[in-house]
Design a protein around this ligand. Structure first.
Ligand SMILES: [Mg+2]
Length: 376
């Protein structure tokens, strides 16, 4: 089997309500749909995050396609190495593993989709087989005010989410109000906080003892992603467990966080690692250090939800409170399976490839939404 064409389509999937986090607000997911076509009529689908510029990501993927066409999709790992070397090392752009991961994730996913469809097997079977039959997610309430977040958190807890996760890092007073009101709303459910790098060690030292009184399970990436030292400094005196998110993208990042014992949990997704293969590689490194992986959510459609389940099914050390983003979407581009949570979980899908069917009409609407949203 040979790759004959790689097509990309920028799409925009609006959110039901505005997403608030420490870095600002977001109104929808900007993505690049990646299609890998083959000479056997099999087409694989994946998606890359479209930021900071859909045009730039498409240009990189067009260049990557030049190295992949004519090759067998089952050369996935070698092709990704070839493309990374050609685009990000040999051309003087030096080492950009994080950006490369975000650019190439959609292509790598699409290759797995082809490989699964060609063999008639779900990707997790080709990755070593499922270690579980479902993936458990945390409840992620949305809203601007503490009251809105608490109401959303209560609804999610009532729907069966055992773990509730909220964004903080929005100022001491608002953060403390959010934590108090959400804790009151969810009773004894597990509660996680994510300041998204907005606390320096001094702020973390001031805030963590105050939020600890509310029984926090862990605090995710309190400090700058660029400094594992800062994470280590905070963890050293923290009464609450610490998770690394933006500090760990690549298998090497994961190794370094583990080696230095800078986190109690590592939050990781396909858009950071650059797809399923390197996600599993990174997870295996963490497993060897006795640390679990929590699936990260980013701007994504059901394609990423399904692809993440395939990879997450195959690792031993998956957390039971993973990030779920599908409920934000007004409309998904995945027609099947149903991606609504049931008791806070989704089954490990067993259809071939990444396990979904694309809704072509919804893709056309999302492409039109992108043209409207981003045309000058
Ligand atoms: Mg995070």
């Amino acid at each position: 089997m040979k790759i004959t064409e790689i097509r990309t389509t920028p799409i925009f999937l609006p959110y039901k309500i505005r997403y608030h986090w420490a870095q600002g607000t977001i109104d929808g997911a900007e993505l690049i749909l990646v299609e890998v076509h083959t000479d056997e009529g099999i087409t694989g689908y994946g998606e890359s995050v479209g930021s900071p510029s859909a045009g730039a990501i498409e240009a990189h993927l067009a260049k990557a396609a030049g190295y992949c066409i004519g090759h067998d999709p089952f050369e996935n790992s070698g092709l990704m190495h070839l493309v990374y070397q050609a685009l990000f090392q040999a051309m003087g752009t030096c080492s950009s593993p994080r950006y490369a991961g975000q650019v190439l994730a959609g292509l790598e996913m699409a290759l797995w989709d082809v490989m699964g469809k060609a063999t008639g097997k779900p990707a997790h079977q080709l990755l070593g087989g499922a270690r579980r039959n479902h993936v458990q997610y945390f409840g992620f309430p949305q809203g601007d005010t503490a009251e809105e977040l608490a109401a959303g958190a209560k609804a999610l807890a009532d729907d069966g989410c055992e773990v509730i996760y909220v964004k903080v890092g929005r100022g001491d007073a608002l953060d403390l109000e959010i934590v108090a009101k959400v804790r009151e709303a969810i009773g004894n459910r597990r509660l996680r906080l994510d300041p998204n790098e907005h606390w320096d060690p001094l702020t973390a030292g001031r805030m963590i003892p105050q939020v600890a009184a509310y029984g926090i399970e862990f605090i995710e990436q309190p400090t700058s992603s660029e400094s594992i030292n800062a994470l280590l400094q905070v963890k050293g005196s923290s009464a609450v467990a610490i998770a690394a998110d933006q500090s760990a993208f690549t298998p090497s990042d994961v190794f370094e966080v583990c080696r230095r014992r800078a986190a109690d949990m590592i939050v990781l997704g396909l858009h950071e690692t650059g797809g399923l293969t390197r996600f599993c590689k990174a997870a295996h490194i963490a497993e060897a250090a006795g640390i679990n992986i929590c699936l990260h959510g980013l701007y994504e459609s059901g394609i990423t939800t399904c692809a993440s389940i395939q990879a997450a099914a195959a690792i031993a050390n998956l957390d039971d409170g993973n990030q779920y983003m599908n409920h934000f979407l007004v409309e998904d581009i995945v027609a099947a399976p149903d991606l609504a949570l049931n008791n806070g979980q989704l089954p490990v899908f067993t259809g071939p490839g990444l396990g979904f069917e694309l809704d072509e009409d919804a893709v056309a609407r999302a492409a039109e939404a992108h043209r409207k949203q981003f045309s000058a």
